[in-house]
Design a protein around this ligand. Structure first.
Ligand SMILES: [Zn+2]
Length: 126
């Protein structure tokens, strides 16, 4: 059976704004967005329809927010040698008392973060 964790219920929109939102009660503890560099820990997930097409909206514990139709893979464990788990997600999730990624995964999970690099006006360090 696939491991699932309870999710935070997102604040509802006012009536009439979007009546086609279906918040998930539980979810696998990890989500891989194929267009993102890191695996994240979902905090809230909503299925909604737009122009009669279904979409999924994922809010991660780190504050990142992803929306899409086919770019998510929900994971109950982190594949070996693949993407790193978002370190900020891990800090935020464990601070509110959720189990650590190591506990959920049954073995150590490597954490990572993205760094911004300036791409103009390089400083000559010679
Ligand atoms: Zn994250």
């Amino acid at each position: 059976m696939m491991l699932k964790v309870p999710l935070k219920r997102p604040k509802p929109f006012p009536p009439g704004i979007n009546d086609n939102m279906f918040p998930w009660a539980t979810c696998t503890p990890f989500v891989d967005n194929k267009r993102a560099m890191l695996i994240h820990r979902p905090r809230a997930v909503i299925t909604f329809t737009h122009m009669k097409m279904p979409y999924i909206s994922v809010q991660a514990w780190c504050g990142n927010h992803f929306t899409g139709d086919d770019k998510f893979t929900f994971l109950d464990s982190i594949p070996d040698g693949g993407k790193l788990l978002c370190a900020r997600c891990e800090i935020m999730a464990t601070q509110v008392g959720l189990p650590s990624a190591d506990e959920l995964n049954g073995q150590h999970v490597h954490l990572g973060k993205l760094l911004v690099k300036r791409t103009c006006c390089q400083i000559n360090t010679n």
